[in-house]
Design a protein around this ligand. Structure first.
Ligand SMILES: [Zn+2]
Ligand SMILES: [Zn+2]
Length: 374
């Protein structure tokens, strides 16, 4: 079967033929891969900056944003049936008996760092025709989300963060009640998303759907499919090439929430300076090696204390965030049907994966699709 793999030793990325995987555990499911989204992490892995093959192997099959169909189930599989659609989660637990996170099924909070991640770290990914995995790592997908569910994994980044933010907001201003409807939690509050890539845009949709007055702030000059999407969801796009941070605050008023999705340390620190009273700052970008920058830690610290601010870093996601992402995809599709449909720029065969990873996507998210037997 076909797969797209990276070979760190010879510094190659290529289409390879591999033996189909065989189920080994009674709770294994055999999946036929339908769609796999590409993202910046794939580009880093294919540039040999990140990622590692499974132990003892010379290559890593890439791809971690997948949608698949169950084609066979082991005797101990309880929830899934042949023909079901699933999104597989990415991170698998470490083996450390002392890891409180992994031992309780929360491997996105792993302490040891010895977790594996499919398509990223020491476990093969999903840009291949068939995959085997344990049932417990699969998230069932309603059939109506067949065309959008490939966006579930990148959306979990925002969902995991917002799950924590909404919990915090019940205990600090504006003191939301637990019964506040999902689309009114951000009412009267301003949120700024930094970055206009897929993670930023999906974050903006999550915030706008929660009722925040949402702004997206990034370098890009409008118009583009990305800035069009921002307008279509009722958010406001502001280019950093036209307006600087003080200008931005003049428009937004008190910034209650910043959702960082660029991974640029200087930009992220500048934004921290404009976070408002009782503001929450969510960091999702992972910066590569960047030049040292001048900062004024005393004023940042003073602001954080005197303004009751929270800085929240977040990586990967657990099953609750996947379920929340599927629910939100359904909401996005109902509320902004044409805009939601534009997120997926196109579906392409695996032969084009390398070109797509290194090229600039025509739209927002490029997806690798495997032809299905008719
Ligand atoms: Zn990704
Ligand atoms: Zn762990």
């Amino acid at each position: 079967m076909k797969a797209v793999a990276v070979f760190p030793g010879s510094q190659e990325v290529k289409l390879v033929q591999r033996e189909p995987p065989r189920p080994a555990n009674p709770d294994d499911v055999l999946l036929r891969v339908l769609d796999v989204g590409l993202c910046g992490t794939d580009k880093e892995i294919c540039s040999f900056e990140y990622g590692s093959p499974p132990e003892g192997e010379d290559h890593l099959v890439i791809g971690h944003e997948a949608l698949a169909e169950v084609v066979d189930v082991g005797p101990a599989v309880e929830r899934l049936r042949r023909g079901d659609l699933v999104v597989p989660t990415v991170r698998r637990p470490c083996r450390s008996p002392d890891c409180l996170a992994c031992r309780s099924g929360h491997q996105d909070y792993c302490y040891s760092g010895l977790f594996t991640e499919r398509g990223i770290k020491e476990a093969h990914g999903y840009i291949t025709e068939y995959v085997v995995d344990r049932e417990k790592y699969m998230v069932p997908v309603p059939p109506g989300l067949r065309d959008l569910a490939v966006l579930t994994e990148p959306l979990t980044i925002a969902e995991k963060a917002m799950g924590q933010v909404f919990w915090l907001m019940q205990h600090r201003p504006p003191w939301l009640g637990p019964e506040t409807p999902a689309d009114q939690r951000g009412r009267g509050l301003s949120a700024v998303v930094l970055g206009i890539g897929p993670v930023g845009l999906l974050g903006a949709m999550t915030l706008a759907a929660a009722g925040f007055r949402t702004y997206v702030y990034s370098r890009e000059l409008p118009p583009s499919p990305r800035t069009d999407l921002v307008s279509a969801i009722g958010a406001t796009y502001i280019s950093s090439q036209i307006r600087d941070f003080p200008d931005l605050v003049a428009e937004t008023g008190n910034i209650d929430l910043i959702y960082e999705a660029v991974g640029h340390s200087h930009f992220a620190l500048q934004a921290l300076r404009v976070l408002g009273q009782n503001g929450i700052y969510i960091l999702t970008g992972v910066p590569g090696l960047q030049a040292f920058i001048q900062a004024d830690p005393a004023s940042l610290m003073r602001d954080m204390v005197l303004k009751n601010q929270i800085l929240l870093g977040t990586v990967n996601a657990g099953p609750e965030a996947f379920a929340a992402a599927l629910a939100d995809l359904e909401r996005f599709a109902q509320r902004w049907p044409p805009a939601t449909a534009t997120i997926i720029a196109g579906r392409y065969p695996p032969e084009q994966a390398t070109d797509l990873i290194f090229g600039r996507p025509a739209g927002i998210k490029s997806v690798i699709s495997f032809p299905q037997p008719s």
